[in-house]
Design a protein around this ligand. Structure first.
Ligand code: SF4
Length: 449
Protein backbone atom coordinates (compact mmCIF):
# COMPACT_ATOMS: atom_id res chain seq x y z
CA UNK A 1 0.00 0.00 0.00
CA UNK A 2 1.41 3.41 -0.92
CA UNK A 3 0.25 5.00 2.35
CA UNK A 4 0.70 3.38 5.78
CA UNK A 5 -2.31 3.08 8.10
CA UNK A 6 -3.47 6.49 9.33
CA UNK A 7 -0.45 8.16 7.78
CA UNK A 8 -1.06 11.87 7.14
CA UNK A 9 -0.06 13.58 3.90
CA UNK A 10 2.85 15.19 5.66
CA UNK A 11 4.05 11.95 7.24
CA UNK A 12 3.86 10.25 3.87
CA UNK A 13 5.80 13.09 2.27
CA UNK A 14 8.57 12.83 4.89
CA UNK A 15 8.77 9.04 4.72
CA UNK A 16 8.62 8.50 0.96
CA UNK A 17 9.26 11.69 -0.99
CA UNK A 18 11.63 13.86 1.06
CA UNK A 19 14.19 11.07 1.43
CA UNK A 20 14.53 11.10 -2.35
CA UNK A 21 14.76 14.80 -3.01
CA UNK A 22 13.15 18.14 -2.26
CA UNK A 23 11.37 18.26 -5.60
CA UNK A 24 10.55 14.65 -6.51
CA UNK A 25 7.15 14.10 -8.15
CA UNK A 26 6.12 10.76 -9.64
CA UNK A 27 3.85 12.42 -12.21
CA UNK A 28 6.95 13.23 -14.26
CA UNK A 29 7.52 9.52 -14.77
CA UNK A 30 4.19 7.75 -14.54
CA UNK A 31 1.47 10.23 -15.53
CA UNK A 32 0.74 12.14 -18.72
CA UNK A 33 -1.86 13.94 -20.72
CA UNK A 34 -1.23 13.56 -24.44
CA UNK A 35 -3.13 15.39 -27.17
CA UNK A 36 -2.56 13.24 -30.22
CA UNK A 37 -4.24 15.71 -32.60
CA UNK A 38 -1.64 18.37 -31.87
CA UNK A 39 1.26 16.19 -30.68
CA UNK A 40 1.48 17.90 -27.30
CA UNK A 41 2.02 16.49 -23.84
CA UNK A 42 2.36 17.48 -20.21
CA UNK A 43 2.90 15.58 -16.95
CA UNK A 44 -0.10 16.81 -15.03
CA UNK A 45 -2.52 19.66 -15.75
CA UNK A 46 -0.33 22.34 -14.21
CA UNK A 47 2.78 22.66 -16.43
CA UNK A 48 2.11 24.10 -19.89
CA UNK A 49 1.95 21.43 -22.62
CA UNK A 50 4.99 21.02 -24.86
CA UNK A 51 5.56 19.60 -28.31
CA UNK A 52 6.46 15.97 -29.02
CA UNK A 53 8.86 15.48 -31.92
CA UNK A 54 7.19 13.67 -34.80
CA UNK A 55 10.55 12.22 -35.91
CA UNK A 56 11.22 10.85 -32.44
CA UNK A 57 7.86 9.08 -32.15
CA UNK A 58 8.31 7.53 -35.57
CA UNK A 59 11.52 5.91 -34.29
CA UNK A 60 10.31 5.27 -30.73
CA UNK A 61 6.59 5.41 -29.75
CA UNK A 62 7.52 5.86 -26.09
CA UNK A 63 8.78 9.32 -27.01
CA UNK A 64 5.11 10.36 -26.88
CA UNK A 65 5.67 10.69 -23.15
CA UNK A 66 9.43 10.37 -22.68
CA UNK A 67 10.31 13.70 -24.28
CA UNK A 68 13.74 15.34 -23.86
CA UNK A 69 12.03 18.03 -21.77
CA UNK A 70 10.47 15.58 -19.33
CA UNK A 71 13.74 13.66 -19.08
CA UNK A 72 15.61 16.86 -18.23
CA UNK A 73 12.98 17.67 -15.59
CA UNK A 74 13.27 14.17 -14.11
CA UNK A 75 17.02 14.72 -13.78
CA UNK A 76 16.29 17.97 -11.96
CA UNK A 77 13.85 16.25 -9.62
CA UNK A 78 16.36 13.52 -8.83
CA UNK A 79 18.79 16.12 -7.55
CA UNK A 80 16.27 18.33 -5.77
CA UNK A 81 16.13 21.09 -8.36
CA UNK A 82 12.74 22.54 -9.21
CA UNK A 83 11.57 22.38 -12.85
CA UNK A 84 10.26 25.86 -13.65
CA UNK A 85 7.09 24.51 -15.32
CA UNK A 86 5.94 23.07 -11.98
CA UNK A 87 5.67 26.48 -10.34
CA UNK A 88 2.07 25.73 -9.31
CA UNK A 89 3.44 23.30 -6.73
CA UNK A 90 6.42 25.40 -5.68
CA UNK A 91 4.19 28.39 -4.97
CA UNK A 92 2.02 26.34 -2.65
CA UNK A 93 4.99 24.84 -0.86
CA UNK A 94 6.64 28.23 -0.43
CA UNK A 95 3.65 29.57 1.50
CA UNK A 96 4.87 27.47 4.45
CA UNK A 97 7.27 24.59 5.00
CA UNK A 98 4.58 22.01 5.65
CA UNK A 99 2.18 23.01 2.89
CA UNK A 100 1.15 20.01 0.83
CA UNK A 101 1.19 20.62 -2.90
CA UNK A 102 -0.24 18.45 -5.66
CA UNK A 103 3.04 16.61 -6.15
CA UNK A 104 2.28 14.67 -2.96
CA UNK A 105 -1.18 13.66 -4.22
CA UNK A 106 0.24 12.85 -7.66
CA UNK A 107 2.89 10.64 -6.06
CA UNK A 108 0.97 8.79 -3.35
CA UNK A 109 -1.10 6.86 -5.90
CA UNK A 110 1.92 4.83 -7.02
CA UNK A 111 3.61 1.91 -5.26
CA UNK A 112 6.72 2.70 -3.18
CA UNK A 113 8.77 0.26 -5.23
CA UNK A 114 7.84 2.08 -8.45
CA UNK A 115 8.86 5.39 -6.90
CA UNK A 116 12.22 3.94 -5.90
CA UNK A 117 12.64 2.62 -9.42
CA UNK A 118 11.92 6.04 -10.96
CA UNK A 119 14.21 7.82 -8.54
CA UNK A 120 17.11 5.50 -9.33
CA UNK A 121 16.55 5.25 -13.07
CA UNK A 122 19.03 7.00 -15.33
CA UNK A 123 17.19 10.11 -16.48
CA UNK A 124 17.72 9.38 -20.17
CA UNK A 125 15.78 6.09 -19.94
CA UNK A 126 12.16 5.64 -21.05
CA UNK A 127 9.43 4.65 -18.59
CA UNK A 128 6.01 3.16 -19.24
CA UNK A 129 3.01 5.13 -18.03
CA UNK A 130 0.66 4.00 -15.28
CA UNK A 131 -1.95 6.75 -15.59
CA UNK A 132 -2.75 8.45 -18.87
CA UNK A 133 -5.26 10.87 -20.31
CA UNK A 134 -5.41 11.06 -24.09
CA UNK A 135 -7.40 12.89 -26.74
CA UNK A 136 -7.37 11.47 -30.25
CA UNK A 137 -8.75 14.59 -31.92
CA UNK A 138 -11.00 17.59 -31.37
CA UNK A 139 -14.05 16.37 -33.31
CA UNK A 140 -17.08 17.44 -31.27
CA UNK A 141 -20.74 18.15 -32.03
CA UNK A 142 -21.01 20.72 -29.19
CA UNK A 143 -19.58 24.24 -29.01
CA UNK A 144 -20.05 25.16 -25.35
CA UNK A 145 -19.70 28.82 -24.45
CA UNK A 146 -16.74 28.21 -22.14
CA UNK A 147 -14.92 25.92 -24.60
CA UNK A 148 -12.99 27.09 -27.68
CA UNK A 149 -11.78 25.87 -31.11
CA UNK A 150 -8.77 24.05 -29.63
CA UNK A 151 -11.16 21.42 -28.24
CA UNK A 152 -14.16 21.44 -30.56
CA UNK A 153 -14.52 21.21 -34.33
CA UNK A 154 -17.95 22.85 -34.05
CA UNK A 155 -16.26 25.84 -32.44
CA UNK A 156 -13.85 25.84 -35.39
CA UNK A 157 -16.84 26.03 -37.75
CA UNK A 158 -18.19 29.05 -35.86
CA UNK A 159 -14.88 30.92 -36.26
CA UNK A 160 -14.36 29.86 -39.88
CA UNK A 161 -17.90 30.87 -40.85
CA UNK A 162 -18.30 34.05 -38.82
CA UNK A 163 -14.76 35.22 -38.16
CA UNK A 164 -13.14 36.13 -34.85
CA UNK A 165 -15.10 37.28 -31.81
CA UNK A 166 -14.26 40.95 -31.55
CA UNK A 167 -13.87 43.48 -28.78
CA UNK A 168 -12.83 41.03 -26.04
CA UNK A 169 -10.26 42.73 -23.84
CA UNK A 170 -9.70 40.05 -21.18
CA UNK A 171 -9.18 37.12 -23.58
CA UNK A 172 -5.41 37.53 -23.46
CA UNK A 173 -4.77 34.10 -24.94
CA UNK A 174 -7.04 34.79 -27.91
CA UNK A 175 -9.19 31.72 -27.45
CA UNK A 176 -12.03 33.11 -29.56
CA UNK A 177 -10.19 34.88 -32.35
CA UNK A 178 -8.82 32.06 -34.52
CA UNK A 179 -9.43 28.45 -35.47
CA UNK A 180 -6.47 27.03 -33.48
CA UNK A 181 -5.21 25.06 -36.49
CA UNK A 182 -2.22 23.79 -34.49
CA UNK A 183 -4.64 21.79 -32.32
CA UNK A 184 -5.47 19.48 -35.22
CA UNK A 185 -2.45 18.91 -37.43
CA UNK A 186 -3.92 16.11 -39.51
CA UNK A 187 -7.22 16.15 -41.37
CA UNK A 188 -9.94 13.53 -41.13
CA UNK A 189 -8.74 10.43 -43.00
CA UNK A 190 -5.08 11.49 -42.98
CA UNK A 191 -2.57 9.31 -41.14
CA UNK A 192 -1.63 10.89 -37.83
CA UNK A 193 1.84 9.66 -36.77
CA UNK A 194 1.07 10.44 -33.11
CA UNK A 195 -1.99 8.20 -33.15
CA UNK A 196 0.03 5.51 -34.94
CA UNK A 197 2.72 5.74 -32.26
CA UNK A 198 0.10 5.50 -29.52
CA UNK A 199 -1.32 2.24 -30.88
CA UNK A 200 2.18 0.80 -31.38
CA UNK A 201 3.08 1.60 -27.78
CA UNK A 202 -0.32 0.34 -26.64
CA UNK A 203 0.27 -3.05 -28.29
CA UNK A 204 3.85 -3.44 -27.09
CA UNK A 205 3.73 -2.29 -23.44
CA UNK A 206 1.14 0.31 -22.57
CA UNK A 207 -1.80 -2.07 -22.24
CA UNK A 208 0.19 -3.88 -19.54
CA UNK A 209 1.65 -0.94 -17.62
CA UNK A 210 -1.42 1.32 -17.51
CA UNK A 211 -3.56 1.15 -14.39
CA UNK A 212 -5.84 3.91 -15.59
CA UNK A 213 -6.64 5.29 -19.02
CA UNK A 214 -8.89 8.27 -19.51
CA UNK A 215 -10.14 9.25 -22.92
CA UNK A 216 -11.11 12.82 -23.59
CA UNK A 217 -11.69 14.95 -26.67
CA UNK A 218 -13.41 16.57 -28.50
CA UNK A 219 -16.17 14.04 -28.14
CA UNK A 220 -14.48 10.63 -28.02
CA UNK A 221 -17.55 8.77 -29.31
CA UNK A 222 -17.13 10.62 -32.63
CA UNK A 223 -13.56 9.42 -33.15
CA UNK A 224 -12.88 6.19 -35.05
CA UNK A 225 -9.79 5.65 -32.89
CA UNK A 226 -11.98 5.39 -29.79
CA UNK A 227 -13.79 2.45 -31.32
CA UNK A 228 -10.50 0.82 -32.26
CA UNK A 229 -9.51 1.06 -28.61
CA UNK A 230 -12.88 -0.17 -27.38
CA UNK A 231 -12.58 -3.14 -29.75
CA UNK A 232 -9.36 -4.06 -27.97
CA UNK A 233 -11.20 -4.10 -24.63
CA UNK A 234 -13.83 -6.42 -26.09
CA UNK A 235 -11.29 -9.16 -26.64
CA UNK A 236 -8.86 -8.69 -23.73
CA UNK A 237 -9.34 -9.24 -20.04
CA UNK A 238 -7.73 -6.43 -18.06
CA UNK A 239 -7.97 -4.82 -14.64
CA UNK A 240 -7.23 -1.40 -16.09
CA UNK A 241 -9.64 1.37 -15.07
CA UNK A 242 -11.00 2.77 -18.31
CA UNK A 243 -12.68 6.16 -18.15
CA UNK A 244 -14.25 8.25 -20.87
CA UNK A 245 -15.41 11.84 -20.99
CA UNK A 246 -18.50 12.11 -23.15
CA UNK A 247 -20.94 14.94 -23.71
CA UNK A 248 -23.65 12.25 -24.08
CA UNK A 249 -25.06 14.13 -27.02
CA UNK A 250 -23.92 11.72 -29.72
CA UNK A 251 -26.34 9.91 -32.02
CA UNK A 252 -28.36 7.02 -30.59
CA UNK A 253 -26.38 4.31 -32.38
CA UNK A 254 -23.10 5.56 -30.86
CA UNK A 255 -24.56 5.74 -27.36
CA UNK A 256 -26.00 2.23 -27.78
CA UNK A 257 -22.65 0.95 -29.00
CA UNK A 258 -20.90 2.43 -25.96
CA UNK A 259 -23.47 0.95 -23.58
CA UNK A 260 -22.97 -2.41 -25.26
CA UNK A 261 -19.16 -2.13 -25.10
CA UNK A 262 -19.29 -1.26 -21.38
CA UNK A 263 -20.42 -4.81 -20.63
CA UNK A 264 -17.09 -6.18 -21.71
CA UNK A 265 -14.99 -3.73 -19.68
CA UNK A 266 -14.42 -4.60 -16.03
CA UNK A 267 -13.86 -1.11 -14.67
CA UNK A 268 -15.67 1.37 -16.90
CA UNK A 269 -16.18 4.95 -15.69
CA UNK A 270 -18.14 7.57 -17.55
CA UNK A 271 -17.67 11.30 -17.02
CA UNK A 272 -20.11 13.79 -18.46
CA UNK A 273 -20.60 17.53 -17.99
CA UNK A 274 -23.58 19.70 -17.28
CA UNK A 275 -24.67 22.24 -14.71
CA UNK A 276 -28.06 23.55 -15.89
CA UNK A 277 -31.38 22.29 -17.23
CA UNK A 278 -33.62 22.75 -20.27
CA UNK A 279 -33.10 25.77 -22.51
CA UNK A 280 -30.47 27.22 -20.19
CA UNK A 281 -28.35 24.08 -20.52
CA UNK A 282 -28.83 24.18 -24.29
CA UNK A 283 -27.70 27.80 -24.31
CA UNK A 284 -24.53 27.19 -22.29
CA UNK A 285 -23.63 23.87 -23.91
CA UNK A 286 -24.54 24.76 -27.49
CA UNK A 287 -25.34 21.62 -29.45
CA UNK A 288 -26.99 19.85 -26.55
CA UNK A 289 -30.65 18.87 -26.73
CA UNK A 290 -31.66 18.66 -23.09
CA UNK A 291 -34.21 15.84 -23.45
CA UNK A 292 -31.80 13.70 -25.47
CA UNK A 293 -29.00 14.30 -22.99
CA UNK A 294 -31.18 13.43 -19.98
CA UNK A 295 -32.46 10.31 -21.77
CA UNK A 296 -28.91 9.26 -22.56
CA UNK A 297 -27.89 9.65 -18.91
CA UNK A 298 -30.76 7.37 -17.95
CA UNK A 299 -29.92 4.92 -20.72
CA UNK A 300 -26.35 4.56 -19.46
CA UNK A 301 -27.43 4.34 -15.82
CA UNK A 302 -30.13 1.78 -16.52
CA UNK A 303 -28.41 -0.36 -19.14
CA UNK A 304 -24.67 0.25 -18.98
CA UNK A 305 -22.07 -1.61 -16.95
CA UNK A 306 -20.61 1.45 -15.27
CA UNK A 307 -18.47 1.20 -12.17
CA UNK A 308 -18.67 4.98 -11.81
CA UNK A 309 -20.76 7.71 -13.38
CA UNK A 310 -19.46 11.21 -12.70
CA UNK A 311 -21.13 14.53 -13.39
CA UNK A 312 -18.64 17.35 -13.83
CA UNK A 313 -20.42 20.67 -13.27
CA UNK A 314 -18.58 23.68 -14.65
CA UNK A 315 -19.77 26.47 -12.39
CA UNK A 316 -20.08 29.59 -14.51
CA UNK A 317 -22.05 32.82 -14.28
CA UNK A 318 -25.03 31.47 -16.22
CA UNK A 319 -25.78 28.31 -14.27
CA UNK A 320 -26.00 29.73 -10.74
CA UNK A 321 -29.60 30.93 -10.76
CA UNK A 322 -30.97 27.44 -11.40
CA UNK A 323 -28.20 25.23 -10.14
CA UNK A 324 -30.53 24.03 -7.38
CA UNK A 325 -32.94 22.67 -10.02
CA UNK A 326 -30.13 20.69 -11.63
CA UNK A 327 -29.07 19.40 -8.20
CA UNK A 328 -32.64 18.17 -7.64
CA UNK A 329 -32.38 16.11 -10.82
CA UNK A 330 -29.02 14.66 -9.77
CA UNK A 331 -30.52 13.69 -6.43
CA UNK A 332 -33.47 12.00 -8.15
CA UNK A 333 -31.07 9.92 -10.22
CA UNK A 334 -29.09 9.02 -7.13
CA UNK A 335 -32.29 7.92 -5.38
CA UNK A 336 -33.20 5.75 -8.32
CA UNK A 337 -29.81 4.28 -9.23
CA UNK A 338 -27.71 4.63 -6.04
CA UNK A 339 -25.50 7.23 -4.36
CA UNK A 340 -22.69 6.80 -6.91
CA UNK A 341 -24.96 7.18 -9.95
CA UNK A 342 -24.05 9.92 -10.48
CA UNK A 343 -21.46 11.43 -8.19
CA UNK A 344 -20.86 15.12 -8.89
CA UNK A 345 -18.10 17.70 -8.65
CA UNK A 346 -18.53 21.48 -8.80
CA UNK A 347 -15.60 22.89 -10.71
CA UNK A 348 -15.54 26.67 -10.48
CA UNK A 349 -14.75 28.15 -13.88
CA UNK A 350 -11.77 30.50 -13.84
CA UNK A 351 -11.16 30.97 -17.56
CA UNK A 352 -12.53 32.49 -19.71
CA UNK A 353 -12.73 34.83 -16.72
CA UNK A 354 -15.57 36.90 -18.19
CA UNK A 355 -17.80 33.81 -17.86
CA UNK A 356 -16.79 33.09 -14.26
CA UNK A 357 -19.27 33.65 -11.38
CA UNK A 358 -17.20 36.68 -10.38
CA UNK A 359 -18.54 38.65 -13.32
CA UNK A 360 -21.95 38.88 -11.61
CA UNK A 361 -22.80 41.93 -9.51
CA UNK A 362 -22.87 41.40 -5.72
CA UNK A 363 -26.67 41.42 -5.37
CA UNK A 364 -27.19 38.65 -7.94
CA UNK A 365 -24.34 36.57 -6.62
CA UNK A 366 -25.73 36.88 -3.10
CA UNK A 367 -29.23 35.96 -4.22
CA UNK A 368 -27.96 32.83 -6.00
CA UNK A 369 -25.73 31.91 -3.07
CA UNK A 370 -28.79 31.91 -0.78
CA UNK A 371 -30.57 29.51 -3.14
CA UNK A 372 -27.67 27.07 -3.10
CA UNK A 373 -27.43 27.42 0.68
CA UNK A 374 -31.17 26.72 0.98
CA UNK A 375 -30.75 23.59 -1.16
CA UNK A 376 -27.89 22.39 1.03
CA UNK A 377 -29.88 23.11 4.20
CA UNK A 378 -32.83 21.12 2.86
CA UNK A 379 -30.84 18.20 1.40
CA UNK A 380 -27.52 18.16 3.25
CA UNK A 381 -28.47 15.18 5.40
CA UNK A 382 -29.80 13.15 2.49
CA UNK A 383 -28.20 9.71 2.64
CA UNK A 384 -27.50 9.74 -1.12
CA UNK A 385 -25.16 12.73 -0.89
CA UNK A 386 -21.49 12.01 -0.36
CA UNK A 387 -19.51 14.08 2.13
CA UNK A 388 -17.28 15.16 -0.76
CA UNK A 389 -20.37 16.56 -2.52
CA UNK A 390 -21.52 18.44 0.58
CA UNK A 391 -18.00 19.87 0.86
CA UNK A 392 -18.08 20.98 -2.77
CA UNK A 393 -21.38 22.76 -2.23
CA UNK A 394 -20.10 24.47 0.90
CA UNK A 395 -16.92 25.47 -0.93
CA UNK A 396 -18.99 27.04 -3.71
CA UNK A 397 -21.16 28.90 -1.18
CA UNK A 398 -18.04 30.23 0.57
CA UNK A 399 -16.51 31.19 -2.75
CA UNK A 400 -19.58 33.16 -3.79
CA UNK A 401 -19.57 34.86 -0.40
CA UNK A 402 -15.91 35.65 0.08
CA UNK A 403 -14.13 35.84 -3.24
CA UNK A 404 -14.98 39.26 -4.59
CA UNK A 405 -12.05 40.05 -6.82
CA UNK A 406 -11.22 38.22 -10.04
CA UNK A 407 -8.42 35.65 -10.12
CA UNK A 408 -4.80 36.49 -10.55
CA UNK A 409 -4.19 37.13 -14.21
CA UNK A 410 -7.82 38.10 -14.83
CA UNK A 411 -8.96 41.63 -15.63
CA UNK A 412 -10.98 43.75 -13.18
CA UNK A 413 -14.72 43.14 -12.89
CA UNK A 414 -15.90 46.08 -15.01
CA UNK A 415 -13.72 44.87 -17.90
CA UNK A 416 -15.03 41.32 -17.46
CA UNK A 417 -18.61 42.59 -17.55
CA UNK A 418 -17.96 44.48 -20.79
CA UNK A 419 -16.49 41.31 -22.28
CA UNK A 420 -19.44 39.28 -21.01
CA UNK A 421 -21.81 41.55 -22.93
CA UNK A 422 -19.57 41.63 -26.00
CA UNK A 423 -19.24 37.88 -26.10
CA UNK A 424 -22.88 36.90 -25.57
CA UNK A 425 -24.13 39.54 -28.02
CA UNK A 426 -22.03 37.88 -30.73
CA UNK A 427 -22.80 34.36 -29.45
CA UNK A 428 -26.55 35.10 -29.78
CA UNK A 429 -26.14 36.26 -33.39
CA UNK A 430 -23.92 33.37 -34.44
CA UNK A 431 -25.81 30.62 -32.67
CA UNK A 432 -29.40 31.88 -33.10
CA UNK A 433 -29.90 32.32 -29.37
CA UNK A 434 -31.43 34.95 -27.13
CA UNK A 435 -29.67 35.72 -23.85
CA UNK A 436 -32.33 37.82 -22.14
CA UNK A 437 -35.16 35.41 -22.99
CA UNK A 438 -33.14 32.44 -21.78
CA UNK A 439 -31.91 34.05 -18.57
CA UNK A 440 -34.70 36.46 -17.51
CA UNK A 441 -33.22 36.88 -14.03
CA UNK A 442 -30.02 38.27 -15.56
CA UNK A 443 -31.73 40.38 -18.21
CA UNK A 444 -31.95 43.70 -16.33
CA UNK A 445 -28.30 43.59 -15.33
CA UNK A 446 -27.25 42.39 -18.81
CA UNK A 447 -29.10 45.26 -20.50
CA UNK A 448 -27.46 47.74 -18.15
CA UNK A 449 -23.90 46.76 -19.04
S1 SF4 B 1 5.46 18.85 -9.36
FE1 SF4 B 1 3.34 19.58 -9.34
S2 SF4 B 1 3.08 20.64 -11.29
FE2 SF4 B 1 4.90 19.34 -11.48
S3 SF4 B 1 4.17 17.44 -12.37
FE3 SF4 B 1 4.16 17.20 -10.15
S4 SF4 B 1 2.07 17.74 -9.51
FE4 SF4 B 1 2.37 18.52 -11.60
Amino acid sequence: MPRLNNETDLEYKHRVIDIKSESFCAAKWYNATIWLGSGMTTSCHHPLPHKVSVEEVAANPKALHNTPKKKAERAQMQTGERPAGCEYCWKIEDIGRDNISDRVYKTVIYEDKDLDYAYNLAADKDVDLQTLEIAFDRTCNFACSYCNPAFSSTWVNDINRNGAYTGLVSDGRNHFTHAHDSSQLYRFGETNPYVEAFFKWWESDLHRSLKELRLTGGEPLMSGDTWKLLDWFQTHDTDMRFAMNSNLGAKDDLIDRMVDASHRIKHFHLYTSNEATGLQAEYIRDGMIWDDWANNVEKVLANGNVEGFHMMCTINALCLSKLHVFLDILLQWKQEYGADYPTFTLNILRFPSFQSPLVLPDELRTQFRYRIQAWLDANGSNEFLHQMERNQLQRLIDYLDIVKTPHMGAAEQSVLQQDFRQFYTQYDQRRGKNFTKTFPELAEWYNSI
